[in-house]
Design a protein around this ligand. Structure first.
Ligand code: FES
Length: 282
């Protein structure tokens, strides 16, 4: 039986309702794969020639296929539902089929878009949005956002009204995959714990599952809670507002930015108009 490593969470960083779930375990194989490089994250380490600077490519990167997103399951080919699709283009149908197996109607997958790590999440929003809100009926929630000092920044729809492409379409969102704490790469069900199981609680809090989970220091992000937020350009120090998903708990100060998407037929593509939102890591 493989040895399991316990990930301890700093209690001061836990949000309300997390006290009974402050630890998670990964086995040695997972630790070596996912926990090794806390500074840059395991996906970045495995990207080879695809570095973060690739995002500085002009829109489209020069060829028509560059806006597409590919599944990234390196090292998890036998575990992730998309393991057999590693490096294949993501399609909406892939997520619809996987979400049909979920009690919450959600599905997520790690990917690479324009040289950077992303997580794509499907939420059965159209089906659930007009039904009473209660646990398990996942839908997107459009919320007020706050900066790391708690100051209100604005509402998600302030941004999506200005550019409707920011509003989630086709039940999908794509999220930039670098943690706002120390830039590790959060994942979808990389580990099994109460934050990653197939459950959902409304409100954008820390209760319930279907979270993106960063195994470096246990930050959690709710891909169904969409808000406006703010962060800082790592090089210039300039502050910028962005549309993103809510930080639910852990040491990350703010949520993760969205990468607006469009469908090309069934293929999921990212829109490159908001690269300033992804400048808080090296
Ligand atoms: S890098 Fe620390 S929680 Fe993600």
């Amino acid at each position: 039986m493989s040895r399991e490593y316990e990930l301890k969470v700093d209690p001061s960083t836990l949000g309300s309702g997390a006290s009974g779930s402050s630890r998670s375990t990964i086995n040695r194989r997972q630790f070596l794969k996912y926990g090794f490089n806390t500074a840059t994250g395991v996906l970045a380490a495995s990207l080879g020639v695809l570095g973060f600077s690739a995002i500085l490519l002009p829109p489209g990167g020069g060829t028509s296929g560059d806006l597409g997103v590919v599944f990234w399951a390196k090292g998890r080919e036998d575990e992730a539902w998309y393991g057999a699709k590693h490096e294949q283009m993501m399609t909406r149908t892939d997520f619809v089929n996987e979400a049909a197996k979920s009690s919450t109607g959600t599905a997520g997958a790690a990917g690479i878009w324009n040289g950077v790590p992303v997580v794509v999440t499907y939420v059965d929003h159209v089906k659930n949005k007009d039904t009473p809100v209660f646990n398990g009926k996942a839908r997107f929630q459009f919320m007020e956002g706050y900066d790391e000092t708690g100051k209100r920044i604005g509402h998600f729809e302030d941004l999506s009204d200005a550019d409707p492409r920011i509003f989630p379409s086709d039940n999908l969102v794509m999220i930039f995959g670098r943690c706002t704490h120390l830039c590790c790469i959060p994942g979808w069900q990389l580990v099994s714990n109460s934050y990653t199981d197939d459950s959902w609680t409304p409100g954008g809090g820390d209760e319930g599952g279907t979270k993106l989970f960063c195994i470096c220091h246990s930050s959690r992000f709710d891909p169904t809670a969409l808000e406006m937020n703010s962060n800082r350009n790592r090089s210039s120090g300039a502050t910028f507002s962005y549309a993103g998903i809510r930080r639910a708990g852990g040491p990350a100060p703010v949520g993760l930015p969205l990468i607006p998407i469009q469908l090309n037929g069934d293929v999921i593509e990212g829109i490159t108009d908001y690269i300033d939102w992804y400048t808080y890591c090296d």
